[in-house]
Write a protein that binds this ligand. Structure first.
Ligand code: SAM
Ligand code: SF4
Length: 328
């Protein structure tokens, strides 16, 4: 079992399979496409699978595949199918910008139907193109959501990062989309992990503001948490038309219940999104370490998991590694 020194059990692994992305969302990635890791720095599929297998042996039960944009990396479908076969992994999910779902949703379903979360930050095509800094992104992502639903990849969730002044006028519109399409929409507070370093507290739209915007139009009631490590606050529509989630790391931090650990595309273990230190598992994997060595390493790394993210502390410093290189 992976348990840190604060007694938190670690059973969720997020694997960022690439730092490449075809979007440059303003809250995530720089518009400069030259900032990619050399290809040899990225773990191979076999290397990712080996680390995932070792970690499943240590009690990891859930894997979320992310990026960069995970569907861009050739071999992703076979990777998902291989993860599905790892003994002990009970839950497999993928977070994608959805752009490639029209061509990949069926193969994903055949590879083991991971739970799919699609990021969509505006219901207005022009605005979405401005947020993603990519033309025609809206049409492709909407087609991607349709393709995921058609392929039977239920439940499909939609992530919305709210940035004040960009898309906070669309909160009710997103709630309406969720109700109409039977999709769980999840609003995420903007975190200081953007490459452009534009994050300011004033830009964060808080959980309370989100509930206050939706409640008068579609009354909500809070759903008690299933498990203490659940990141999203959940609310159901009182009229039975589904539910929404709110991920509020800034205004309502959940670090005390965190069960996550992250593996980056270049083979670094991060014990927190906001870690200032990372742990090089690629070096072990590429230099003859046995599975037992990797297990021992992981047990030690987990002991160094930070108590919390410190965003709300006066001396908070944004880590050098930004979201596109970590995987949300
Ligand atoms: N490219 C995929 C996508 O966009 O879904 C997967 C990677 S992306 C880094 C994973 C998630 O992190 C997305 O839902 C994205 O909206 C979210 N994200 C990126 N930057 C963020 C930030 N600064 N604050 C909060 N969430 C962020
Ligand atoms: Fe790419 Fe996802 Fe970051 Fe947008 S949020 S730039 S789609 S990695």
């Amino acid at each position: 079992m992976l348990k840190d020194k604060f007694g938190r059990e670690i059973h969720d692994l997020r694997i960022s399979v690439t730092d490449r992305c075809n979007f440059s969302c303003v809250y995530c990635k720089s518009a400069d496409p030259r900032n990619y890791f050399p290809h040899d720095d990225l773990l191979s599929w076999e290397e990712f699978l080996r680390v995932a297998r070792v970690m499943a042996g240590l009690g990891i039960r859930k894997v979320r595949v992310t990026g960069g944009e995970p569907l861009l990396r050739p071999g992703i479908i076979e990777f998902i199918a291989s993860l599905r076969r790892i003994a002990g992994l009970e839950d497999l999910a993928i977070t994608t910008n959805g752009y490639l779902l029209p061509e990949k949703a069926r193969d994903l379903a055949a590879a083991g139907a991971p739970r799919v979360t699609v990021s969509l930050d505006s219901m207005d095509a022009t605005k979405f193109a401005r947020i993603t800094r990519t033309p025609r992104s809206f049409e492709k992502v909407m087609a991607g959501i349709d393709a995921a639903l058609d392929a039977g990849l239920a439940p499909v969730k939609v992530n919305i990062v709210l940035v004040r002044g960009f898309n906070d006028d669309e909160i009710v519109e997103f709630a309406r989309l969720g109700r109409r399409r039977h999709i769980m929409v999840r609003f995420i507070e903007f975190m200081p992990l953007d490459a452009d370093h534009n994050w300011k507290r004033e830009l964060v739209v808080t959980a309370k503001e989100i509930v206050d915007a939706i409640n008068p139009v579609f009354p909500l009631e809070e759903i008690p948490r299933h498990s203490p490590s659940e990141t999203a606050l959940r609310y159901r529509f009182v009229d039975g038309a589904g539910e929404i989630g709110i991920i509020a790391p800034v205004s309502i931090p959940f670090c005390g219940q965190c069960s996550r650990i992250r593996l980056t595309a270049d083979g670094k273990i991060r014990t927190c999104l906001f870690s200032m230190r990372e742990h090089d598992v690629r070096h072990l994997v590429r230099n003859g370490a046995t599975d037992k060595d990797i297990q021992q390493f992981m047990l030690g790394v987990v002991q160094q998991k930070e108590p919390g993210h410190r965003i709300n502390e006066p001396d908070f410093v944004q880590p050098d590694r930004t979201m596109v290189y970590i995987g949300g």
